[in-house]
Write a protein that binds this ligand. Structure first.
Ligand code: NAG
Ligand code: NAG
Ligand code: NAG
Ligand code: NAG
Ligand code: NAG
Ligand code: NAG
Ligand code: NAG
Ligand code: NAG
Length: 886
């Protein structure tokens, strides 16, 4: 810890040399007053921020005025108007930015009964193709205005799209959009494909508690909202200094407002710790915590203030002293915390400190996966040109292909090898197109299906269409008045059958050979190709295309240092004692029976004994022992010790009180696993597997994943077990040739069986089957009347009919959210796709998707209990933070 301390001292010295004038201008600020008249620009009275109308940033929506009188505490000109979106499912702002710049982006909503309905709507907010958050009506009702903020760096595009999506619960609206460029060295992140959502930002010990003043620009050069904390408990007291005494040069580079840093809280009882506690909705969410310290008291020569920060009973940071620690504390540059239901921070003064700890301000951000890719830029440009050229009258807003639910009408897309969506089908039939065929069509290079029928197009069928190498169907039937020759090459492809060309009812159009006659055979390949298209469309709607570029974070060393890594060696006699002479069998592992045991400290353990008849078994025993001695993860079962004597070979594990997943799903079990429990188990297992695949070097394949190898502890947390068949494989080669086929029937990847080539996508397949078993409650293989039916043979046809209800375990009696069920099924399907290497996603991606699935389910269950209100502009209200001292 001393090392860290020194490091900060050094940083401090550099900062002192680099004293800069506080940046005061609004350079790079984008401040839009939504719904304001187009020409209006003004400087807000309280903040001096220069607002302008949003009219140049969006084509749709209506301007409305709020009806409710704006409360005094929130008198703000920018809240008087809203832009509402009565038509179209998705409406998007397009705002130019500097790509690669880190932005603080904030959207503000003040309903103010603008529609005279007294019913705040509920809708989704997207940043580009990624869901930012749902704006719940309870949240919008809670106070006059609600803001939500995030930190995001647009990776490559020089604009962002902010989209409001109508989810059928009222008309979306928005009041203010604000973008603030940040110094890119602050708020570093583990994964570039993510955003940080503001959860809390508190000015503790706020001086101005009486009227809930939120400090922002110009106090804060980055215009963050600093909310006063609730009145501190009896255990805390406020301390402060005159703001003029705050040395702003010490506040680089996060630059919290001097006014915020001029006050702090400290325990009344000088020897007690200062404690903070956060309860979170989802233990799997990832959080960044920032603590700000600045000394506000004048210390006498014999006084010191030094303290440590303990997080859930472990040292998180310290020792530190506020004099040398002005900026926020964040141990490790890109470390987030995850896996806790409650985050408890205790600030303890050290023994040689004479003064108790203090805390001036705190920020909490939640990591949000933003890895969904935008459509390929060339395709976006082409389709946008087509939209412009023909003034296409459809709700074509936002990204053309993503997210898949809001794909533009008439389009279909498939992701390319880098999981970037490409436009493959365009149906502009009956769309009132007039004029010539635009050259932009030829730039949709992945287009396979183009339907321009029943329009009033004129001119020739241009040569540039031959650039569409993948084109399989071209329909121009009816009404169009195209003239001239069909390009030779298209005709040639049509003859060979690789292109279906239908040109009926274009009397002026001449197919070279059959000029003037109607071609009848052109319909035959058309039908064939259309059915191919339908297959493609089906696959797309089944979530085929969740394969996106991106690489989510690996679970590697996310949290703390390594766990206890010593393993005890037991003697034969000890094993006899521990298992009470092999009294209770609790299972059957890969290479022998598993017995219940009790250690001297009364801890229960599971003892797996190698059956002596098994030669193969000894190899597996060794691999498992070797592996478990080096890998440690909370979703892998952990090894306590082993016995490697002549008489007996045994492995001693932690005891998993709730047995294995297979037992829980069996028909005999009456205690049915609930939907959210199944999701949690899937996420746990995915975390374990992701760790093996992406957190270990070299990566490790499990090779025998199945429900009986997924164990459950007393809290129903899942851990993967049975590593007897596991193999590490070279880092740069993703696969190796396996000499002995491994695995369990029903779970083994057919591709591996066929080729004998092993790679980590085999585990992905087995994991997919485990997901199907979780979803359906059926075994992987069912024997019916002498026939064996694999779970995929049974489930896929039902899913393809769109009949999800009949796939889900009937024992759940409909107790699940349909959205999360679809997503769960889509993930399972993607894991089991035929082409292992190309099509099946990586575990890191599957993990991220499963977490999303979990939050969809959470939305259902926590509908009433949103509890995560950020940055309320006025009327500071509830929060689930408690700050106290013992
Ligand atoms: C955004 O940038 C594009 C191209 O760089 C430009 O044509 C457009 O006018 C800009 N939009 C606004 C609102 O500044
Ligand atoms: C508290 O806020 C009010 C207005 O919001 C302001 O007039 C007053 O000066 C503030 N008090 C302090 C101590 O900053
Ligand atoms: C960003 O912060 C770093 C570290 O304090 C500093 O060196 C750099 O000059 C800052 N950049 C800007 C543009 O202010
Ligand atoms: C002050 O805190 C210390 C440490 O938590 C505790 O032992 C002591 O009893 C407290 N004193 C009072 C007066 O509460
Ligand atoms: C520090 O010194 C002052 C007098 O100079 C004395 O009153 C005070 O008790 C001392 N404090 C400590 C913690 O020793
Ligand atoms: C601090 O004091 C306590 C109790 O007096 C003692 O148990 C502990 O070891 C001390 N810690 C250090 C680092 O000296
Ligand atoms: C193409 O669009 C037209 C008009 O919107 C529609 O009638 C037709 O069914 C669509 N074709 C396909 C294959 O979806
Ligand atoms: C052709 O388009 C018109 C509108 O443009 C529509 O009314 C008509 O039903 C369409 N005919 C066919 C066969 O799709």
């Amino acid at each position: 810890m001393m090392g860290m301390f020194m490091h900060f001292l050094l940083v401090l010295l550099t900062i002192l040399v680099l004293i800069q004038a506080q940046q005061d201008d609004q350079s790079g600020f984008i401040s839009l007053d939504c719904g304001q008249r187009e020409d209006v620009r003004y400087s807000a009275s309280r903040t001096g921020i220069n607002y302008r109308s949003d009219a140049n940033f969006i084509d749709t929506g209506e301007s409305k005025r709020v009806q409710v009188k704006i409360p005094k505490s929130a008198v703000k000109q920018e809240l008087q108007y809203v832009r509402s979106f009565p038509s179209g499912v998705r409406n998007c702002y397009r705002i130019n930015v500097t790509s690669g710049t880190k932005y603080f982006i904030r959207a503000t909503f003040a309903y103010g009964n603008y529609d005279n309905r007294n019913q705040a709507p509920q809708f989704d907010l997207y940043l580009g193709v990624n869901l930012w958050r749902t704006m719940y009506s309870q949240l919008l009702k809670q106070s006059f205005a609600t803001s939500t903020g995030m930190i995001y760096t647009p990776p490559s595009l020089d604009y962002i799209q902010l989209c409001l999506v109508n989810t059928g619960n009222g008309i979306p609206f928005i009041s203010v959009i604000e973008l603030r460029p940040l110094n890119s060295s602050i708020y570093p992140q583990y994964s570039p494909n993510s955003a940080l959502l503001t959860k809390y930002r508190y000015d503790l010990g706020s001086i101005n508690t009486t009227d809930s003043v939120v400090y922002r620009y110009k106090d804060d050069v980055y215009d963050r909202f600093w909310k006063p904390s609730e009145s501190p408990s009896d255990y805390l007291r406020r301390i402060s200094t005159n703001v003029k005494n705050v040395d702003q040069s010490l506040l680089h580079p996060y630059k919290p407002p001097a006014i915020v840093m001029s006050s702090a809280v400290t325990p009344v009882n000088a020897s007690a710790p200062l404690e903070l506690e956060w309860e979170v909705d989802n233990v799997y969410d990832q959080y960044y915590f920032y603590f700000y310290f600045y000394e506000v008291e004048e210390l006498a020569a014999n006084e010191t203030r030094i303290f440590n920060i303990i997080q859930n009973d472990e040292l998180w940071f310290g020792p530190l002293t506020p004099l040398t620690q002005p900026g926020p504390v964040q141990p490790g540059n890109d470390m987030f915390l995850t896996g806790e239901k409650t985050y408890r921070f205790s600030l303890f003064k050290t023994n040689d400190s004479t003064l108790p700890p203090i805390l001036n301000a705190v920020e909490v951000y939640q990591v949000k996966d933003f890895s969904q890719s935008e459509t390929k830029q060339d395709d976006i440009d082409s389709i946008t040109n087509i939209k412009k050229a023909y003034r296409v009258d459809k709700n074509w807003q936002g990204d053309p292909c993503a997210p898949v639910n809001y794909m533009w009408e008439g389009l279909n897309c498939i992701p390319d090898g880098n999981n970037i969506p490409r436009i493959t089908s365009l149906n502009l039939s009956s769309s009132d197109l007039t004029g010539k065929i635009d050259s932009s069509f030829s730039k949709l290079t992945m287009l396979e299906y183009l339907d321009l029928s029943n329009n009033s197009l004129t001119g020739p069928l241009p040569d540039f269409l031959i650039q569409l190498r993948s084109l399989k169907v071209l329909r121009k039937v009816g009404k169009n008045k195209l003239t001239g020759l069909v390009p030779d090459e298209l005709l040639e492809r049509s003859k060979k059958g690789s292109l279906s060309l239908s040109t009926d009812d274009n009397p002026g159009l001449c197919m070279t050979e059959s000029c003037g006659k109607k071609s009848s055979q052109s319909h035959v390949p058309l039908i064939a190709s259309i059915s191919a298209i339908i297959v493609v469309i089906l696959l797309i709607s089944l979530g085929f295309w969740i394969f996106r570029r991106q690489k989510v974070m690996s679970t590697n060393s996310k949290k703390r240092g390594s766990l206890e890594s010593k393993h005890q060696a037991f003697s034969y006699t000890e094993i006899l004692n521990i298992t009470d002479n092999f009294k209770t069998i609790i299972g059957q592992g890969g290479f022998g029976k598993v017995y219940l045991g009790v250690l001297q400290n009364h801890a229960q353990v599971a003892v797996k004994i190698l059956s002596l008849s098994s030669m193969q078994g000894y190899k597996e025993f060794q691999s498992e022992a070797q592996l478990l001695m080096i890998v440690h993860h909370r979703n892998l079962v952990s090894l306590i010790g082993y016995c490697d004597e002549v008489e007996i070979k045994a492995l001693v594990y932690e005891y998993m009180a709730n047995g294995n997943l297979h037992q829980h799903l069996s028909v005999k079990n009456t205690n049915i696993l609930k939907w959210n429990e199944r999701l949690n188990i899937a996420v746990d297992a995915a975390q374990g597997l992701d760790y093996l695949h992406n957190g270990c070097k070299p990566p490790i394949m499990h090779r025998d994943l199945k429900p009986s190898n997924i164990l459950l502890d007393e809290n129903m947390h899942a851990k993967i077990a049975d590593f007897g068949l596991s193999r590490a494989f070279g880092n740069d080669i993703d696969s190796h040739i396996s000499t002995n086929p491994a695995g369990t029937r029903g779970y083994v990847d057919p591709e591996f069986q066929r080729t004998g080539k092993a790679n980590k996508k085999n585990d992905v397949y087995s994991f997919g089957i485990v997901l199907f078993v979780l979803i359906t409650g059926r075994p992987a293989i069912v024997r019916e009347g002498g026939e064996t039916i694999h779970i995929l043979e049974w489930a896929i046809p039902i899913i393809e009919e769109g009949d999800i209800q009949n796939v889900i375990d009937p024992r759940l009696e409909g107790e699940f959210s349909i959205n999360s069920a679809w997503k769960f099924v889509e993930i399972a399907m993607s894991c089991t796709l035929a082409n292992a290497v190309v099509e099946r996603p990586d575990m890191s991606f599957i993990l991220a998707e499963l977490k999303e699935c979990q939050s969809l389910d959470m939305v259902r269950r926590n509908y009433e209990n949103t509890g995560t209100i950020e940055e309320l502009v006025s009327l500071a209200t509830v929060s689930d933070t408690t700050i106290s001292a013992r």
